[in-house]
Design a protein around this ligand. Sequence first.
Ligand code: IPD
Ligand code: CA
Ligand code: CA
Length: 254
Amino acid sequence: MNIKAIKQGVLQAGQAVRKAVPSEGIILKEGRLNFVTAADLESERILKEAITKNFPDHQILSEETESHIEDVLAVEHLWVIDPIDGTSNFRYERGYSGISVGLVEKGEPVLGLIYDPFRDELFFAEKGKGAFLNGHPIRVDDKTELAKATVMTDNSYDSNGTKSNLEMLLKLNPTPWVLMRGSGVLAFCDIASGRADVYAHQYLKPWDNAAGFVIAKEAGAVIKGLEGEDVDFTASSLVVGNETLVEQFLEQIK
Ligand code: IPD
Ligand code: CA
Ligand code: CA
């Protein structure tokens, strides 16, 4: 499999995002602060071109393109793209956005690339082969006490969604250190590289998850639904972190 070409595509998309004018071509989507910019569309174009050129018989599920795939869990080779995750951060130049490309085979994410173009950090993982940041192995932190952990959640474009994510964290006792950084895909990478410990959200989309699932799991994380069930990459509600912290988190939000 020509992964190198996809890596190059991701880096090229990153270069386009870095150079882009954030206020250009803004289209407002449903909800608050929910934008698509010209850079989202350009990044998507570059990524789709790299994939179709190298894997013409594979299918693509990409955030800004309408999809006609009936059952994403049944597709043999499905590339899942978020061309810019953290678009509101991009729009307001906060420097925390990621480009995410995952390969999912029959519902199982097997390859993940997430690139932060503002820090030039490429997170990469392939099932069974470990997780890497710019070529160096990464691992989840081995903390054992949720009270001393850093827990991440995030906004939803619907204000009730943000409220319910915050309410979930308010159940934790004592309240841990909390971050809301505005990019789900980079949150998976923060957990995978030990920069934060637990990430929980109730409104994620398949393109927020696909690549992040492989990167986090290969770095030693577990990913569970909020009732402790197993989840696939289409889950909207989940928690990710080391097994001990995820268990404590699930116990406390019951
Ligand atoms: C959003 C970001 C954000 C998360 C939202 C996502 P987008 O993706 O990942 O952190 O809280 O739920 O929709 O719209 O910037 O690609
Ligand atoms: Ca996006
Ligand atoms: Ca997203």
